[in-house]
Design a protein around this ligand. Sequence first.
Ligand code: PEP
Ligand code: MG
Length: 546
Amino acid sequence: MRVQGVGVGRGVVTGPVLRMPEPLPEPSDRPRSNTAAWESSRAEAALRETAHDLSQHAEHTTGEARAVLEAQAQMAQDPSLLTDVRSRIAAQKTAERAIFEAFHTFQQMLLSMGGYMAERASDLGDLSQRTIAHLRGVPVPGIPDSDTPFILVAHDLAPADTVGLDLERVLGLITSGGGPTSHTAILARAKALVAVVGVGDVAALVDGTEVLLDAAEGTVTIDPSPEDVQTARRRLGRRRSKVPVGPGTLADDTPIPLLANITRADEAPAARELGAEGVGLLRTELLFLDAERAPSIAEQVEHYQRIFEEFPGRRVIVRTLDAGADKPLAFLPVDAAEPNPALGMRGLRAFRGDDSILRDQLRALAIAADSCRADVRVMAPMIADAAETARFVLLARELGLGTAGVMAEVPSAALLAAQILGIADFVSIGTNDLTQYTLAADRQLGALADYQDPWHPAVLRLVRMIGDAGGQSGKPVGVCGEAAADPLLAVILVGLGVTSLSMAPEALADVRTELRQHTLEHARLLASRALAAATPAEARLVMAEA
Ligand code: PEP
Ligand code: MG
């Protein structure tokens, strides 16, 4: 049996699946009906089980991960925590509620202490969930613990969970929800994790079921035969690019710099090895997904320096914090009652009332840029028009950053691209959001995944407007959305006036190979045909026929 979803990347992987249990709801605050002694002994037993699980887990782990697990096991047995739980039970709470409240109080206390202790605060939420799961006799929520490798099945993952996936154990990822440009999919691609998202019904995938994941085909084959596996592997072998690593150029030697989308310094060596000519998108919000408080300027400088030092003499385009929607940051809270988070206080809009966090970030970037040899440029997400562009560009310059651009990911920015490029030093097109907002379809909704198609002629027309404005102003127009990683679409984007492409490093080889097959004139001809298409399928046909 085979189910269809949308593949992320092009890999193939086989293995047994493990499902990710759903998060547990907050325990109710009704008074306990058992005796205090009974509830206390349940709570103590559950805490012992939690500590035991974590210690066992630590034994199979090394380095920093081991130290974190050992520290968590100790926290679960902390005598003052136990005293707090007992006194709450004495005050009529159930064991579940007492555990929930005690960990919550402990968490607030660590947060107020700041520094290293505050960083450990988020571990307590995990400990609380684990212990309550033991009390209820249900699976522990979160990424399953397993000593053997598995393919993870989830409805969707939070970006923080995806970043933290241990690739030694998680071989692949299947989600029932989520679209191909959801941040889970983007982060999976960045980790070179084979993933198929938006699969819909995953009821047949019970723990232990063997599956074959083929990302290029977007399929999940249940109980695959040896022939199925062989065929998929052979297809993968044929697809592998054999063009040597080097700068991106067209067949007529027009340079099209190929850049990397990265998040952390440790991704840089692999990106350089794969031929990244610099960084086209550093998503800074992903550095701080776990931070409970806004990072200080000094903390930020340290992060940025580590990344910049990896790219001496190369461009590194840093995007200022793009919090909100599916990437909430605890220190930039938005109104939880916002009915449409993707249309709400997202990106630059999060700083409408108070821009102190943005100012600190720009200051930190300027300090880090001054101390390194990277060619650091900044850009702002979710820019709507020239007035917003002017506000951001002036602020960036005032705070010491010489080159300031904006992302074009809201359709209004494409319509006003000429005005925007009259102010900004460059534009980078975020095709993920540009597609979401042009087609008015939430990029996180698996059920609408077919709308998340940057081949849509409406999206191509907006890219053309930005490309034309770039050509007229003589300023660079990049693409840093997932569209840049599609080798055939990359040719069309160049034909529409795009001058550089930024993508997950693993996509660089295929894009480089395809670009070398076309002159600029040919790319322009193909682009004009794709623009005339009525549907994404028709636009794809242009390249298939070419
Ligand atoms: C985009 O929208 O295309 C983009 C690159 O930004 P993000 O995916 O982080 O929203
Ligand atoms: Mg975006």
